[in-house]
Structures are given as structure tokens and as C-alpha cells.
Design a protein around this ligand. Structure first.
Ligand SMILES: [Fe+2]
Ligand SMILES: [Fe+2]
Length: 121
């Protein structure tokens, strides 16, 4: 994935998320990959949300709501009793990658600009 942010932690964490999503597309991917995706997503979203709260970011509610959608999608997949087959995983991974791409180049860019302006990076 191309660079997503001028804030190093934000870009690095986005790159890791895209890497995990790529792993999910591998034929031998298993539930472990989904669990890793869930844990790392939580780690990344929580950190962004801590910045929003600390800096009193005006777009906080909409941004958290967007995170909640992604959290819910992943947690549903993790809780699902049935192990997803390769074809289903591919569909999931593609959908989540598209969602995340829109998120990091959309709403995350507003947060990035706000953090850079506040010089709290
Ligand atoms: Fe992000
Ligand atoms: Fe975000």
C-alpha cells in the first residue's frame, strides 16, 4: 500500500492492517488471521480515538461511528462458528480492504491534518 499518512505511527499501523488483510487472502489463512486483524484493528482504532479525545477533535463522533462499523463486521466474523472457506475469505478480505482504503484516504486524512496542525504527533 502507498503511504497513507505523514504521521509515522498512523501510516505504520495502516500498513500493518493492509498486510494482515493480504494474509487473509492466502489459501492457508485460518481463524488466527481474523483474530490478529481484530486485535490490531482495536489497537489502531483505540489510539486514533485517544488522540481525538485528547485534542478535542470536532469530527470525533462520526469517526468513532465509522470505526464501530468495522469493529462490528470483524467481530461478527470472529464469533462465527463456521470456519470461512478460501472463497468466502477472499470476499471478506476484499470488502474489508476496500472499506479500509476509503477510510484511511477519507476520514483519517481529516484527523491526520488536525493532529499535524496541533503538533501533538
Ligand atoms: Fe486509521
Ligand atoms: Fe480512523
Amino acid at each position: 500500500m502507498q503511504k497513507t499518512s505523514d504521521i509515522i505511527w498512523q501510516d505504520v499501523q495502516h500498513q500493518v492492517l493492509f498486510e494482515i488483510l493480504d494474509l487473509l487472502k492466502e489459501p492457508d489463512a485460518d481463524r488466527q488471521v481474523l483474530c490478529r486483524l481484530e486485535a490490531y484493528t482495536e489497537y489502531h482504532f483505540t489510539l486514533e480515538e485517544e488522540y481525538m479525545l485528547a485534542l478535542d477533535f470536532p469530527g470525533r463522533d462520526a469517526h468513532v461511528e465509522s470505526h464501530e462499523f468495522f469493529r462490528k463486521e470483524i467481530s461478527q466474523l470472529v464469533r462465527d462458528k463456521q470456519e470461512p472457506d478460501a472463497q468466502f475469505r477472499e470476499i471478506i478480505a476484499t470488502f474489508l480492504t476496500e472499506w479500509l482504503t476509503r477510510h484511511v484516504f477519507g476520514i483519517d486524512k481529516e484527523l491526520e491534518a488536525f493532529i499535524l496542525e496541533s503538533s501533538a504527533k
